[in-house]
Design a protein around this ligand. Structure first.
Ligand SMILES: *Cc1c(COP(=O)(O)O)cnc(C)c1O
Length: 388
């Protein structure tokens, strides 16, 4: 199989048959006409041809092929957001009376899904301590259908042993779901270590330019088909135009992520040396408690890191305001460096008590490292820390 950079450019991007167009056409159409009525049933079943763009669309299908290839899956389903991918995939494999076991360190929207929406539908959920694999083992029940993890986690970059989690899920007949948004498919492919469904907020590294909201789920071809069938009903389909933007973004994903991996390492080492920083969370640092696991299951350590500013919530706020190259904004995975303060922005769905349990102090700053010159980032962060 070709390498990541070659596949970034060429996977699922044949020249258009009719015109020779080098880039994928944007099939901005709601519906598809037939000349032969006998072709309709195959299109409706999803076997061949197209019927209606909430179901399937050729531009979106190209994105799904590219994403499946990157994650080494048999198939994929693209969505109008990462949360649509997550909720639709979960609801494809668990029904009323079933149970979902997840780690406590979840993306905010997923946390709300587990904490409120699923229980409201008669689906049991439990959150296990992320650091304690034993808690996950003890949490599995007879009716557990899904074990749901993220690795590295948001925002404290904890890791879950994905191979062990897959074995645990499979022992009790459950599926392992992995949100792979933070790592990106360049650094980690959970399907290769036994995961069953991989989820992405394509808004982040896949698209990479902070200009689209989109999501994806990757699995075996049968499971991906099942997710696409649920998507038909729940309706979180991706429109062809943003699908095309994600396709375009993915062509530079390997390049971008490699640069982000390098920049994040430089910045993490700089922050670890700073007298104004109490603690740095980055799996690439040798003193990260799970550095050995990171080396085992990741090819690169990623562009996400977080650190605790010495002092108070206000000191951390002053730091985030004082940056000039990096911007204070939610989201991640784009070409520009962004910082956020979880207690003040992305983790307000959690109570202060729940945040404390998850190890999110008020002084924590999360960084999504971009593709700028590492020297410029280091001097920007140095200047802003001096202002604290
Ligand atoms: C952003 C994000 C999501 C949600 O994705 P949207 O595209 O915003 O719906 C889910 N998981 C993780 C880890 C994310 O960072």
């Amino acid at each position: 199989m070709a390498g990541d950079s070659t596949r970034s450019v060429h996977e699922a991007e044949p020249f258009d048959e009719e015109t020779g167009s080098v880039t994928a056409p944007i099939f901005e159409t709601a519906t598809f006409g037939f000349t032969k009525a006998e072709d309709v049933p195959k299109a409706v079943s999803g076997e061949k041809g197209y019927t209606y763009s909430r179901w399937d669309n050729p531009t979106v299908v190209r994105l799904e092929k590219k994403l499946a290839a990157f994650e080494r899956g048999g198939g994929a389903a693209a969505f109008s957001s990462g949360m649509a991918a997550i909720s639709t995939s979960v609801l494809s494999f668990v029904k009323k009376g079933g149970h979902v076991l997840a780690i406590r360190d979840l993306y905010g929207g997923t946390y709300s899904l587990m904490h409120e929406l699923l229980p409201g539908m008669g689906i049991g959920t439990d959150l296990a301590d992320t650091e304690d694999f034993g808690a996950l083992e003890r949490g599995v029940r007879e009716n557990t259908k899904i074990v749901y993890v993220e690795s590295p986690t948001n925002p404290t970059l904890k890791l879950v042993d994905l191979a062990k989690a897959a074995k645990l899920a499979h022992r009790s007949g459950a599926l392992l779901f992995v949100d792979n948004t933070f790592a990106s498919p360049i650094n980690q492919n959970p399907l290769e270590t036994g995961a069953d469904v991989v989820l992405h907020s394509a808004t982040k590294y896949l698209n990479g330019h902070a200009d689209v909201i989109a999501g994806g789920a990757v699995a075996s071809s049968d499971r991906a088909h099942r997710v696409r069938m649920t998507r038909r009903e729940l309706g979180g389909t991706l429109d062809p135009l943003p699908a095309w933007l994600v396709l375009r973004g993915m062509k530079t994903m390997a390049l971008r992520v490699r640069q982000q991996n390098e920049n994040a390492m430089v910045l993490a080492e700089f922050l670890a040396r700073s007298g104004k920083v109490a603690r740095v969370h980055y799996p690439g640092l040798k003193d990260h408690p799970q550095h050995a696991l990171a080396r085992k299951q990741m090819r690169g350590f990623g562009g996400m890191l977080s650190f605790e500013v010495k002092g108070t919530m206000r000191d951390a706020m002053r730091f985030t305001e004082s940056l000039k190259v990096a911007a204070l904004a939610a989201s991640l995975g784009g070409v520009e460096t962004l910082v956020s303060q979880p207690a003040n922005m992305t983790h307000t769905q959690m109570s202060a008590k729940e945040r404390a349990k998850t190890g999110i102090p008020d002084t924590l700053v999360r960084v999504s490292v971009g593709i700028e010159d590492a020297d410029d980032l280091v001097s920007d962060f140095g200047r802003a820390l001096a202002a604290v």
